[in-house]
Design a protein around this ligand. Structure first.
Ligand SMILES: [Mn+2]
Length: 300
């Protein structure tokens, strides 16, 4: 029996059928959208794919309604820490990866700067995968000629270590605590017990959290100033912000766990934070308004 036929089939590995059919399309189909919001640059971070916390639905909506020349993925995109303990990977998380890779294919420049939760990707810094540039940090030049240092931001954890845990006390936890405080004291009152302030303790902690964020922002801005850039873009602390420290602009793109925010640069270099749940609400209201106006127009 001559071997060539066998050699041919093994020679081209790509021609081998895959054991399972691979869906070429995402489970959440990409809608036909004619008018995407166009930006020069988009920064997103702290997506935490691989965790239940990730708001995949809103992020998919964001990716389907926006476009840009460049996207920076500013770290903690995939949560390797959590995945190491327990594999959690719903189809929607694959859909996000699919969309990012499709954008790269369509010509969007994509720079992925791994953070601390996806630090396993850091060993690949300097390499490109599927059109995605993996970098330790980057310098972005805005349309108005400013140089911005882009990094995840965990680089400053050592400095912030003393009160790092405070960053985890979020606004939602604070409000839940306020609610609990009301109930606890309603019961205590009925039992004839004096008022006991759970909220006072909580308020103190929240004040510390606010101080933590402020201190973090200042430290990052100072580090940027020392490096002679005009500004810095980071993520990590899940708190979107645009703030000026002297000559240095501090930008934080927030997260897709709670805030669901992105930082964008308009074509004139103007920077803005998009709160995506608000954008969706605005879009829905506009659609309802036009739907309500349409029959009237026909009647007229
Ligand atoms: Mn982080």
């Amino acid at each position: 029996m001559p071997l060539p036929a066998l050699a041919d089939s093994f020679g081209n590995v790509a021609a081998f059928p895959l054991p399972h059919a691979v869906a070429p399309e995402p489970t959440v189909p990409e809608p036909e959208i004619t008018e995407r919001l166009r930006f020069r640059t988009i920064w997103i971070s702290d997506v935490h794919l691989g965790t239940k916390g990730c708001n995949a639905e809103l992020l998919i909506d964001f990716l389907d309604h926006t476009d840009s020349d460049t996207i920076y993925l500013v770290g903690d995109i995939i949560d390797g820490w959590r995945l190491k303990k327990k594999v959690y990977w719903p189809a929607a998380h694959n859909d996000i990866v699919w969309r990012v890779l499709k954008r790269a294919k369509r010509g969007t420049r994509i720079v992925y700067i791994p953070g601390n939760h996806d630090e396993m990707v850091r060993q690949f810094c300097g390499m490109d995968f599927g059109g995605v540039e993996i970098r330790r940090a980057a310098v972005h030049e805005t349309a108005d000629g400013r140089r911005l240092l882009v990094l995840h931001g965990d680089e400053f954890d050592a400095v912030m270590l003393a009160h790092r845990w405070l960053a985890f006390i979020g606004d939602a936890a604070y409000h839940a605590l306020m609610e609990a405080n009301r109930w606890v004291n309603a019961v205590r009152r009925r039992l004839g017990l004096p008022y006991w302030s759970l909220s006072k303790t909580a308020k103190h902690k929240v004040k510390n959290a606010v101080e933590f964020i402020s201190a973090y922002e200042e430290i990052v801005a100072r580090a940027a100033a020392e490096r002679g850039v005009d500004g810095v873009v980071c993520g990590h602390i899940h708190t979107a912000e645009i703030r000026q420290f002297g000559q240095v602009a501090y930008y934080n793109d927030g997260d897709w766990v709670e805030g669901c925010t992105a930082l964008v640069e308009h074509f004139d270099g103007r920077m803005e934070i998009l709160h995506w749940s608000e954008e969706v609400a605005r879009r829905n209201a506009a659609q309802q308004a036009s739907a309500a106006a349409a029959p009237a127009a026909v009647a007229a």
